[in-house]
Design a protein around this ligand. Structure first.
Ligand code: GDP
Length: 581
């Protein structure tokens, strides 16, 4: 066990400065967030006349960190078929929600007819007496956010493409996310009732995107549906069952339950409410459970038709009441024989989460690439490539292909134009990828998520520099680099032209601060349109050195006048980083 200097200080009541001094005397150079081990802590504590006892963590045997391990550990003869779990993805307005509603209303399970429909994050339907579970938070963002947390709940993805609109940017994103997850896909060509529906064009566009449907000789099943007219919904369900038969999804119903939290919230009258998808075993009323960093006893359980249940079998989504705190989507639920041990583990997990939030070293980085290759940890370098224009993507892909060696293959798992989003970062976490922004920048949410999880985002505007860096990283010769530190963001609220013809941007600083010395990047829809220096910074006609978030100011970018209302400006400085490998 280790703890930080800060935690040690809080636990002992000795000031952090005193502790750092004592550590220094003992030959340890530390800062307040540094981890120290038990032996060190004991020696320092003794200096202050404090006795210590080493905390021995409880038996961790049987604690589930990964549902796949549980399933792999089951005796094959105990396994029984279970319903498939399906997620629907696709471009906005292509009919994901409408399709989820159509499926639900046409195929309510026999036993649930007449029940009061509840939106609990997942539901089950029945066809030919067989059940199918749908997660009803559509989209690849939710899917990949779960995967980034290590959770895998989806067996099959239905990709919805509107027949009148065709393959669109989010369709392509969804395809990348599904491929990265290696989950089977079914294409549902929706809106075939629309006057200008053209399903053949959709199939062709999909082929161009690397998804070859069966009619074209590929192995991706596709169906034509109309969510609006509820046409061929059964056809879609038949195909889902067919894919399920091929993959033989199984679980052992006669085991203590494990599952994944799909949704959770605090209800004012009922307390913590969570939807769990049971993935192995059977969850029963009065079971004691460990759920992520919290615990509880199942007091009430009901399904998506609002029906109270006494038990829930594999692939069943159920709402549970009786937890002590609100878990997070993606947390694992497991039944525990002993609530005391469950509480211990929950506390440990909370502590670990806090530590992980502070230390952001989990992602793959270019810096560590060579040693990871040498240790045999990496055979593929996964890259997410975001660029300003489509044209650069092809050129970069081509250049990167030339770098493949016997030891490392470069795999571009997702490519696209525009802003680097939180969903890109989640994909990077889930797939251990680095992100390359070629004249493309992250939005603030993506930047925070990347910082928190140690995802390496590299920015380039020259292809040669990009390939050189990757080449050097692969042989462990990356030069000391200059890291960029983003200091602030501002919105262009208006612009006016000076007699000198220079454009003054009227800014509102939304985050951080601006100083005259920083570099400035002008962004339009997340794409860099200029990168340069500040010529002048003023507030009410006076030159100022610094402007903080929440204030307005006027700014001239050196040698650049193509600024319009709605642009974003990012302010940054460069800092030399010493290589530690
Ligand atoms: P989502 O953003 O993918 O969830 O899309 P929605 O389910 O909200 O649907 C977007 C729009 O398309 C809505 O106005 C729907 O009524 C319409 N829509 C959905 N499915 C169909 C369909 O099969 N045919 C037609 N004509 N319109 C549809």
């Amino acid at each position: 066990m280790t703890m930080t200097v800060r935690e040690f200080s809080e636990a002992t009541g000795v000031g952090a400065a005193e502790i750092l001094k004592a550590l220094l005397k003992a030959g340890v150079v530390a800062n307040i967030n540094q981890q120290i081990d038990y032996e060190t802590a004991a020696v320092i504590a003794a200096d202050f006349g404090i006795e210590t006892v080493e905390y021995v963590p409880p038996q961790l045997e049987g604690i589930v960190e990964n549902i796949r391990d549980v399933l792999a550990a089951q005796d094959p003869k105990d396994l029984k078929p279970r319903p498939p779990v399906v997620t629907i993805m696709g471009h906005v307005d292509h009919g994901k929600t409408k399709l989820l509603d159509a499926i639900r209303s046409t195929r309510v399970a026999e036993s649930e007819a007449g029940g009061i429909t509840q939106h609990i994050g997942a539901y089950q339907v029945e066809l030919h007496g067989r059940k199918i579970t749908f997660l009803d938070t559509p989209g690849h963002e939710a899917f990949t956010a779960m995967r980034a947390r290590g959770a895998q709940v989806t067996d099959i993805v239905v990709l919805v493409v509107a027949a009148d609109d065709g393959v669109m940017p989010q369709t392509l994103e969804a395809i990348s996310h599904v491929k990265a997850a290696d989950v089977p896909m079914i294409v549902a060509i929706n809106k075939i009732d629309a006057p200008n529906a053209n399903p053949d064009r959709v199939r062709q566009q999909l082929a161009n995107a690397g998804v070859i449907v069966e009619q074209f000789g590929g192995d991706v099943p596709s169906v034509e549906v109309s969510a609006k007219l509820k046409k061929n919904i059964d056809g879609l369900l038949e195909i889902i069952l067919l894919v399920a038969d091929l993959n033989e999804y199984k679980a052992n119903p006669n085991a203590p339950a494990v599952g994944t939290i799909v949704e959770a919230e605090m209800d004012r009258t009922r307390g913590p409410v969570a939807t769990v998808l049971v993935q192995n075993g059977t969850l029963r009323l009065e079971d004691n459970v460990l759920v992520g960093g919290t615990t509880g006893t199942i007091r009430t359980m009901f399904n998506d038709a609002g029906k109270r249940l006494r038990f829930a079998e594999p692939a069943t989504p159920v709402v549970i009441l009786g937890l002590n705190d609100v878990p997070q989507a993606g947390d694992i639920l497991q039944v525990m024989p002993d609530l005391t041990i469950a509480r211990e583990i929950a506390l440990q997990r909370q502590r670990k989460q806090r530590l992980e939030a502070m230390a952001s070293t989990r992602g793959v980085s270019l810096d560590g690439l060579f040693s990871s290759i040498q240790q045999g940890k990496i055979k593929e370098l996964n890259i997410i490539l975001k660029a300003d224009v489509q044209g650069s993507i092809g050129a970069i892909e081509h250049a990167l292909e030339q770098l493949n060696t016997d030891e490392v293959q470069i795999r571009i798992i997702h490519r696209g134009t525009g802003t680097i989003t939180e969903s890109d970062v989640n994909l990077a976490i889930a797939s251990h990828a680095i992100i390359i922004g070629f004249n493309a920048r992250p939005d603030p949410a993506a930047r925070r998520q990347a910082e928190q999880h140690g995802v390496d985002i590299r920015f380039y505007n020259i292809i040669y520099q990009l390939t050189e860096d990757i080449k050097k990283a692969m042989i462990g010769m990356l030069e000391p680099e200059y890291r960029e530190v983003t200091e602030g963001f501002a919105e262009v609220r208006n612009t006016f032209r000076l007699p000198t013809r220079e454009i003054v941007a009227g800014l509102y600083v939304t985050e951080g601060k601006i100083t005259r010395q920083y570099n400035v990047r002008v962004l339009r829809n997340g794409v860099v349109i200029h990168d340069g220096r500040i010529a002048s910074l003023k507030r009410f006609k006076d030159d100022v050195r610094e402007v903080q978030a929440g204030y307005e100011c006027g700014l001239i970018v050196e040698g650049f006048n193509d600024i319009t209302t709605g642009d974003t400006m990012e302010f940054y400085r460069r800092e030399r980083v010493e290589r530690t490998v």
